[in-house]
Design a protein around this ligand. Structure first.
Ligand code: GDP
Ligand code: MG
Length: 451
């Protein structure tokens, strides 16, 4: 098996643990690993390159959450970008566009195209079975494959298995004629859906493309689905480009998702055709098909196991904890050095976005400077060191800190008395702000004030 991406990123990011925002250098380093993971998952090179470029832009400057590593954070950002690119919404399940659009006066024609052996005939039967069963449609299938001996019989056999009618075989007819006859039969006999299974080739060639175009002109399909083996690697871009240049594709079906494929073809297909991936084939049996699930495929491409949910949980936990702690403090109108330390830690973690930071003039400047990258976190760490040098009593009652104590604290933290004075002033300002907040009606008032 492959190394998971998060394992590989673990090494890259160990030294970065606990930093604030992701810098461009950090992200680029992680993206090198992401790019390798994409290529190993069979994403075509130009697609991988473009994706990494876009994901890098998204990731730079994002804040690293507590209790996950920057590497994990990058994986989550990449995962969400993948899900979106695959047509999904992170956290939202299979997209609605995965449904077939058969909303026309019947018969709705569905045409299957693709290379030989990609799974067109099998998928034709799978979709017919779904439509006939769950959706109670009256479905007719017709094979236009006159190249491969017994191709039409193959579809007829599948039709018998799933109890879906197939167009009677007439020897010697050309694909265009079969299409015409199928359309007529479907109209006359009141079928809801006509599924056209076409011939493939081992490689894309012009004769095949001309034939498909002629059939599409006659049958005017509502859906033209490109069937692609998910093991298709670098060739996926070629296949997608040739087919979408010749016929107006409406969607893609990825087959053999039950195998070893990491699903990179999905990304290539989506990037090149711009069309939704509607179904995934998951086995040889005729019910082994399901709506395409971007989240699952994104996870598979990255090979990252539980990282995404880990990061999501971490983000939720932080918001929850901070909100609760803050609520309690505010309800008492109380703000001591321990609270200030909490705020400083939050600022470090969130790249200057601590919830209270914006309220205090001095803090606001520091916050902006941090966001611009002008101040590094050493200043915040120095403040933290001063608080560490205080006794527990001094932390809860800062008014105890007299000149003598200031000297001790400065020595203990490797700072100056001037620094300690600045810290005390900052605390004083925040504490006053807290009391104002209490008067204004607690959290709700504060939220209104922060806008
Ligand atoms: P066509 O040449 O494009 O019509 O391909 P076929 O439908 O004849 O399929 C070729 C082979 O792939 C058959 O043996 C199918 O059973 C197999 N196949 C198709 N779809 C899947 C799938 O999703 N999973 C697996 N494991 N096999 C599949
Ligand atoms: Mg076939």
């Amino acid at each position: 098996m492959f190394d998971s991406l998060s394992d590989r990123l673990g090494g890259v990011f160990d030294r970065l643990r606990g930093r604030g925002a992701l810098t461009e250098a950090d992200v680029r380093q992680a993206m090198r690993e992401v790019r390798i993971a994409l290529l190993e998952a069979d994403v075509a090179l130009p697609v991988a390159r473009q994706f990494v470029e876009e994901a890098t832009e998204k990731a730079v400057g994002q804040n690293v959450l507590r209790s996950v590593t920057p590497g994990q954070q990058v994986v989550k950002i990449v995962h969400d970008a993948l899900v979106e690119m695959l047509g999904g919404t992170p956290g939202a399940g299979a997209p609605l566009e995965a449904e077939l659009n058969l909303n026309v006066s019947p018969p709705a024609v569905v045409m299957m195209v693709g290379l030989q052996g990609s799974g067109k005939t099998t998928t034709t039967a799978k979709i017919a079975k779904r439509l006939a069963g769950k959706e109670r449609k009256k479905v007719l299938m017709a094979s236009l494959d006159v190249n491969r001996p017994a191709a039409q019989e193959q579809l007829a056999t599948l039709g018998t298995q799933i109890e879906v009618q197939t167009l009677p075989i007439v020897a010697g007819q050309q694909p265009v004629d079969i299409a015409r006859r199928a359309l007529q039969a479907a109209k006359l006999q009141g079928f809801d859906v006509l599924m056209l299974d076409t011939a493939g080739r081992l490689h894309v060639d012009q004769a095949l493309m001309d034939e498909m175009q002629a059939v599409a002109d006659i049958a005017r399909p509502q859906e033209i689905l490109l069937v692609v083996d998910s093991l298709t690697g670098q060739d996926a871009v070629n296949v997608a480009q040739s087919f979408s240049a010749q016929v107006p594709l409406t969607g893609v079906v990825l087959t053999r998702m039950d195998g070893d494929a990491r699903g990179g073809a999905a990304l290539s297909m989506r990037a090149v055709t711009g069309k939704p991936i509607k179904f995934a084939g998951t086995g040889e049996k005729l019910d082994a098909i399901e709506p395409f699930h971007p989240e699952r495929v994104a996870g598979r491409i990255l090979g990252m196991g539980d990282v995404v949910s880990l990061v999501e949980r971490a983000a939720e936990a932080i918001q929850q904890e901070d909100a609760e702690r803050m609520a309690e403090r505010l309800s008492k109108g109380h703000f001591d050095m321990n609270d200030l330390r909490g705020q400083l830690a939050q600022m470090r973690r969130m790249g200057g976005l601590g919830a209270l930071a914006g309220m205090i003039p001095g803090m606001k400047k520091a916050q902006q400077a941090m966001a611009n990258g002008a101040v590094d976190e050493r200043i915040l760490l120095r403040m933290d060191a001063m608080i560490t040098s205080m006794t527990p009593k001094e932390r809860t009652k800062p008014e105890l800190i007299n000149a003598k104590r200031k000297i001790r604290i400065a020595k203990g933290s490797g700072t100056t008395v001037q620094d300690v004075n600045k810290l005390l002033k900052m605390h004083q300002e925040m504490s006053t702000a807290m009391k104002r907040i209490k008067k204004m009606g607690g959290i709700k008032g504060m939220m209104a004030m922060l806008g």
